[in-house]
Ligand binder design. Structure first.
Ligand SMILES: [Fe+2]
Length: 188
């Protein structure tokens, strides 16, 4: 069955009313991410975060990572289900300690794979592919854009308030850098 945004959103809204919504959403993402061509045909390829649904208890984003992009560590303070339909997302996890955050493992998320994150997860995300975009659908069990949460500066791991514009900027800069690289090395 072709991927349809309205149908996927309805499915997630229904899942949100269940006792374990993230598990139901995982099933929906598993189905959606198995149909890369269908999803790409509907959602397109534009780099960045695009909102497919936003409400107080549910946010659904289409995320397209430019080649080689890295996003600074951040938390969500709500459960998240991440499904990759094309390419790869590398997750670096962190945990809080008495002085800040420290690295705590990672998970490579490949095409057709779904990752569930708990409310307290802290992660940095990168697209390890140097010449290909990564496409994903992210589902969050709350209002992704309004809930106050934290981000950490990538090099110093200094905590500050998460600013959605900072994330948007990171995607824009990464896309510009990728385009500049592609122009300077047209054979790759
Ligand atoms: Fe995240």
């Amino acid at each position: 069955m072709p991927f349809e945004v309205a149908e996927f959103v309805d499915g997630c809204r229904g899942a949100r009313r269940e006792g374990h919504p993230h598990l139901a959403v995982r099933e929906l993402l598993a189905r959606a991410t198995s149909a890369r061509r269908d999803v790409e045909a509907v959602l397109g390829h534009e780099a960045g975060l695009a909102t497919l649904h936003s409400s107080p208890d549910l946010t659904i984003l289409h995320v397209v990572w430019p080649p080689g992009m890295s996003l600074f560590p951040h938390d969500h303070r709500m459960w998240a289900a991440i499904g990759v339909y094309g390419g790869q997302e590398d997750n670096a996890f962190y945990r809080r300690d008495t002085t800040g955050i420290v690295a705590s493992g990672g998970r490579q998320l490949r095409e057709h794979e779904v990752l569930l994150l708990g409310d307290d997860a802290i992660h940095a995300v990168s697209n390890p592919q140097q010449h290909a975009f990564t496409g994903a659908i992210h589902v969050y069990g709350g209002d992704f854009f309004s809930v106050p949460r934290s981000a950490w500066t990538a090099d110093t791991l200094t905590e500050h308030a998460y600013d959605p514009d900072e994330a948007m900027d990171a995607f824009r800069v990464a896309d510009e850098e990728w385009l500049a690289r592609a122009r300077s090395t047209p054979d790759t």
